[in-house]
Design a protein around this ligand. Sequence first.
Ligand code: UT7
Length: 330
Amino acid sequence: MSKIQAAITAVGGYVPEKILSNKDLEKMVDTTDEWIMSRTGIKERRILEDGRATSDMAVMAVNELLKKRGIGAEEIELVICCTITGDLIFPATANIVCDKIGAKNAWGFDLAAACSGFLFGLETGSKFIESGMYKKVIVIGGDKMSAILDYTDRNTCIIFGDGAGAVLLEPNNEGIGICDSILRTDGSGREFLHQKAGGSLKPPTIETVTAREHYVYQEGKTVFKFAVTNMAEVSKEIMDRNNLQSEDINYLVAHQANKRIIDATADRMGVGSDKVLMNIQRYGNTTNGTLPLLLWDYEKQLKKGDNLILSTFGGGFTWGAIYIKWAYNS
Ligand code: UT7
């Protein structure tokens, strides 16, 4: 019997309507559109309104996906929600999503690996499919980054935005789907990108709030250095391991943290800019949302049998690459 592989068979996505442009940010912090564009490639990002949460964006993405695939929520067996901005500390946002969409036969859990979460979730979900015991697994990647951003800190508030995407994984026996993965973590990198308070190390107090410790803290230059090296290396490594030459790659689907990091990764892989999926200019860095939102935006362009390399780098540090043979024409 041929090996069961997990194939992505549908994609959904959602970004909030409200746009926060670089021009808007110029009025909030000491920055310029020119600085942000030249250093990051970001022009604008989306912001979810108060009172709505990560699960609301995830629900929109999943409902779109179910509609496209023509299946009901009760057919879903497992939901993995990759996020660092869950609705609540507990229970898991996956549970909330299952309740809101009516996935009565599913169980689920959240997966936290910062910007690499969706990639790690894809690998996790694929193993349930490959086991032969699961036929329909949903992997969500989404974050309401605006909930943990300090809009007086120009180092971080210009980078991130809100959004969510989701994919459906189903079994495939034709050699199509998730073919290989290389995933890495290095906890010693945690000091350079984290949220200082709110966890068990430093529970919330008046002092932590006053000290603005519930926001993203990042030493950008250091993270940039590690990101640019590791994302490029792991992307090349997965190509070599699968005997893929530059011309064999149809698309690079890279985490949208900084256009300069994405360009360096493409250079290392030897792929031209025409093969690099990019939407950082419109959404900024949506953390867990970047990869599924790229697949969502470019879905129509992807053809059955296309070779995709997905790669990420994020807080933790976490990074990795996944090689996918795309499963369908839409
Ligand atoms: O997704 C998770 C992983 N995260 C990443 O991959 C992010 C990696 N890091 C980066 O993308 C970049 O480091 C940033 C975009 C965050 C910053 O760009 P940079 O080229 O590394 O700038 P920098 O931090 O070295 O700062 C250069 C200068 C500094 O001024 P001085 O000290 O040279 O006078 C900053 O104070 O730019 C200043 N600066 C700004 N100026 C205008 C920092 N932020 C801003 C700003 N507007 N928003």
